[in-house]
Design a protein around this ligand. Structure first.
Ligand code: PMV
Length: 360
């Protein structure tokens, strides 16, 4: 598929007003996306688990205007309050997507959103927010054009979500999503995420992600700035090659359930992401001392118990602990005994892999 396939060709029937509700999860990358080209094209392919409980719920109320406008007409309410600081990002999203959603000029949109987790804390709140919004807008298109099938609707939602925030395109479907063209993954594309096309070993089917909230405040460096610092980064081309190789390896691991290989690959990816940040110009560190304390404790726990618990990191200080569901009680006990002390206000979120964005 190319960009052109997402430009609607159908003439639209007229709808007056209505409301669409969607709920989209966040996702956690196993092989990370870090570095991009214009229009949100990733510098390397990535793969993520779709989450279940960390979600954004969005209501889009659409109201037909007396005459079409030349640009998107919208208002944005976040957790019950107007949020003017989020409007420029939404404006950019509507500009980038106007070719693909031409009918929007006929409407005023009232977008209301709320998160089940703190925004800008390293949990990808822009991913769930953009996935929810894109899915609602595709649902609005489907109301005009009921012939659109679910598979195409998912691809288009992912395509549009990517234009809002790259990794958002991996939150539409579940439970394991690939985004970025990779020679060994059939159907993979830089334009949208696809469900992992191979078999997933049963050990990964109920995988848990417990997110330790080490630092809930605003990050000092946004991911937009971080991606940009990969331009001219001395290790960029090696890193992009490594991500391709890691995706090839994880494809096998997901199918054969090799836990040791999974742990080594996922932790290496997390540390490589942060190594890129620590070696860019200017350099920066998003981990906090407690992030490192948690990593050391996880390594000790693994040595002592031989349980397959591993960590990954996003662009922030929080730590995602990944493990099979059968070890949930033991891991939660370990968290309560040893790791809660490293969490801001003792807070952590128990999540697990999920199936993607839903319209309700
Ligand atoms: O989608 P963005 O622009 O917020 O970038 C997210 C990048 C990472 O979360 C660090 C990695 C990833 O693949 O999700």
């Amino acid at each position: 598929m190319t960009e052109k396939d997402f430009i609607p060709s159908e003439p639209f029937t007229s709808l007056e007003s209505g409301v669409i509700n969607s709920k989209a999860p966040s996702n956690i990358a196993l092989v990370k996306y870090w570095g991009k080209f214009p229009d949100q094209i990733p510098a390397n392919p990535s793969i993520s688990f779709t989450l279940n409980h960390c979600t954004t719920s969005t209501t889009v109320a659409y109201d037909k205007k007396s005459k079409p406008s030349d640009k998107a007409s919208f208002e944005f309410i976040f957790e019950g309050q107007p949020k003017p600081e989020f409007e420029p990002k939404l404006q950019t999203f509507f500009e980038r997507t106007s070719r693909y959603l031409p009918f929007l000029i006929n409407y005023h949109l009232k977008i209301s959103s709320s998160n089940s987790f703190p925004h800008s804390s390293g949990i990808a709140s822009s991913a769930s927010a953009m996935a929810a919004l894109a899915t609602s807008l595709v649902e609005l298109e489907r109301k005009h054009n009921p012939g659109m099938d679910q598979e195409f609707a998912n691809l288009k939602s992912s395509f549009l979500a990517r234009l809002g925030s790259g990794s958002a395109c991996r939150s539409i479907s579940g439970s394991l999503v690939v985004w970025g063209a990779h020679e060994d993954i059939h159907g993979s594309s830089d334009l949208y995420g696809i469900p992992f096309p191979g078999n997933i070993d049963k050990v990964f089917q109920d995988y848990q992600d417990t997110i330790l909230l080490v630092h809930r405040g605003q990050k000092q460096v946004s991911s937009t700035v971080g991606h940009k610092l990969m331009e001219g980064h001395p290790f960029a081309s090696q890193r992009f090659k490594q991500a391709h190789a890691n995706l090839k390896d994880i494809k096998e691991i997901m199918t054969n359930g090799d836990m040791d290989a999974f742990i080594a690959l996922v932790e290496r990816e997390a540390l490589t992401l942060h190594a890129m940040m620590m070696t860019s110009s200017p350099y920066f560190i998003l981990m906090k001392p407690n992030t490192l304390s948690i990593i050391e404790s996880v390594w000790d726990f693994r040595r002592e118990t031989s349980l397959p618990l591993c960590f990954t990191l996003d662009a922030g200080a929080n730590v995602h602990l990944l493990y099979p569901v059968q070890y949930k009680d033991k891991v939660l006990q370990f968290i309560k005994n040893e790791l809660v002390a490293y969490c801001e206000n003792g807070q952590y979120i128990c999540d697990q892999i999920g199936s993607g964005t839903k319209i309700s």
